[in-house]
Design a protein. Structure first.
Length: 576
């Protein structure tokens, strides 16, 4: 399941029909003017004395690591000297606060910053501090901080109603959450779905089930649309209540509602069914996870190891391999006197005895994929050189995270091609699908086609969810021909596909065709779908009827409604 390095090289140089080599994909991007050249020439950054943004990022990372290590010594050694660095800024402080091993360590950093005259707090550092107060249930300190911000003690920061709700919910302060929500509702005609989710989650955590149900009903009645996080809360609560089959029922119905499964949902279900040793169900969930093309999180490792011990070696081997720590990644650390060592150093610290009198505090180097991707957005030669000199250990998980955070598909593609040649790294299906969806989102159909052709020759299978997502993106970019081509290719590239998933794929294609105004093509595909024995669900029919109604084609609407009756599908309120 791996793309060989020379095959990635082939993606950059593609033979044409006459056999002459040409730089296919590279020239495709060069022919597309994604950026305003004048803006690129005049853009500048205040990063002196660093020659480029990657160098600045790397310097910040080292400074953050120094502060992290200092906070884990007792007492914090050399903390002030690190904070006196002229390059200390809110980015460094905010990330150091998030990486603090305990609330007390974070507060010691805040106190030490008072001795640094050139530093002033920003929105980022204050938000990080507020989250620390909230998660450690320090409601008094949290409210004092909020009052200081609202009282203009910090001139460059403000607090939104959603901030208040999230912080008070993390602190378990239901009264303050409801008070913030009331103020939010008073100042806005419509409130976001996430505000309902926050209250629902808090009610379920407090065991107030009926109140949680009332909030869900209120969400529906007031026109807010439940999202993936809404159903994650429901699944999580059902699992914690021991109602595993009900949780699985909710999980299975989400695709019919066109709501994506999330890694958190998979994690909750795997943990729940593993505890009661229903490994046959866990096996089914893991298979669905492969179909969705979701890279497993490390939090799932203990559950999978338990399943492996029960004899499910083959089913868990690939996932566990993805979660194992990469031995190439070296830890940073220093020796401390064991008598002064803090017993609770946080989850990200490992201790290895050096001798009888000293221990070694070890941390994985700090890395922020979003900040690194932002630093690489120009992909200039000096930035690439700085990246190569850094000698990162490139893993599939890290590459996926960086690809996800590129704003420009051109920069993402440059990185994708560059990283293929780095020692010890080979693209796998996870990195390839991430690149493909980024390209499809920005309408680069020709490049996606090249990647699909290459995958077919390599014998690699593309997850069903990726093909569905690409078709959806082509509908948004109004590229009906590309959507049809991916649909035809995808049916063979996915391997065996259930009728249910095939129905969802047809539904995505029909939605894409109607968004492109391809009425006749949509009806042809619907006919093909039915002849193949794939029965459309009510969502598919509703979407088609809505589209043709807007077109004023009442005859087609009536014909579709008759098909709904004949198929035995129960019309929903929207259809009627």
């Amino acid at each position: 399941m791996f793309l060989k390095r020379n095959s990635v090289k082939y993606l950059v140089r593609v033979p044409n029909e006459n056999g002459h080599l040409r730089c296919g994909l590279r020239r495709l991007f060069q022919s597309i003017n994604l950026f305003n050249n004048l803006t690129q020439q005049t853009r500048h950054f205040d990063r002196s004395p660093f020659p480029n943004e990657v160098s600045l990022y790397l310097h910040r990372a080292k400074l953050i690591d120094s502060i992290r290590l200092s906070l884990r010594s007792n007492p914090p050694s050399s903390l002030i000297s690190h904070l006196k660095s002229p390059t200390l800024d809110s980015f460094v402080v905010a990330n150091a606060l998030r990486s603090a091993p305990s609330p007390d360590a974070a507060l010691s950093l805040i106190e030490a910053l008072k001795e640094i005259p050139h530093f002033s707090h920003t929105q980022a550092t204050l938000r990080a501090l507020a989250k620390i107060f909230a998660k450690s249930r320090r409601s008094v300190e949290l409210k004092t901080l909020i009052d200081d911000i609202n009282g203009s003690k910090f001139t460059n920061a403000c607090v939104s109603y959603m901030d208040l709700m999230q912080w008070h919910a993390a602190a378990g302060d239901l009264e303050s959450v409801l008070h913030a929500w009331d103020r939010y509702r008073f100042s806005n005609k419509r409130v976001c779905t996430e505000s309902y989710n926050i209250i629902m989650r808090l009610y379920t955590q407090m065991g107030k089930d009926s109140a949680a149900v009332q909030i869900f009903n209120r969400m529906i009645d007031e026109g807010a649309i439940p999202n993936s996080r809404t159903y994650t809360i429901i699944i999580d609560h059902l699992v914690n209540s021991g109602k595993l089959d009900s949780a699985m029922e909710v999980f299975n119905i989400l695709p019919l509602m066109r709501i994506k499964h999330t890694l958190r949902q998979y994690l909750v279900l795997v943990e729940g069914f593993t505890i009661v040793e229903r490994f046959d169900v866990v096996k089914t969930i893991l298979n669905e996870m492969r179909i969705d093309g979701i890279l497993p999180g490390r939090a799932m490792r203990l559950s999978l190891q338990r399943m492996r011990e029960a004899g499910y070696v083959e089913e868990t081997d690939e996932f566990i391999r993805e979660m194992l720590p990469d031995e190439r990644i070296k830890s940073i650390g220093y020796c401390v006197d064991s008598s002064d060592e803090d017993e609770d150093e946080g989850e990200d610290v490992n201790h290895a005895s050096a001798d009888a009198d000293e221990d070694v505090v070890q941390l994985k180097p700090w890395l922020d994929p979003r900040a690194l991707a932002k630093a690489l957005h120009n992909w200039s030669p000096d930035e690439v050189a700085a990246l190569e000199d850094a000698k990162f250990v490139w893993t599939s998980r890290l590459v996926c995270k960086i690809l996800r955070n590129f704003r420009s598909p051109e920069a993402a593609w440059d990185f994708f091609c560059w990283v293929a040649y780095q020692p010890g790294f080979t693209h796998d299906i996870y990195t390839i699908q991430r690149m493909m969806t980024s390209l499809a989102r920005h309408g680069h159909a020709e490049v996606v086609d090249k990647l699909i052709s290459k995958l077919r020759r390599e014998g690699m299978r593309l997850p069903f969810s990726t093909i569905k997502l690409i078709i959806d993106f082509y509908g948004i970019s109004k590229n009906a021909d590309a959507a049809l081509k991916v649909f035809r290719d995808g049916k063979t590239l996915c391997g065996p596909m259930s009728k249910f998933n095939l129905m969802l794929l047809y539904s995505s294609l029909l939605r894409a065709l109607t968004k492109c105004g391809k009425s006749s093509d949509a009806l042809d595909v619907l006919e093909e779908m039915i002849l193949c024995g794939i029965n459309p669900d009510i969502q598919t029919f509703s979407g088609l009827m809505h589209y043709f109604a807007l077109q004023g084609d009442i005859k087609t609407v009536q014909r579709l409604f008759a098909m709904v009756r004949q198929s035995g599908v129960q019309p929903d309120a929207f259809t009627v």
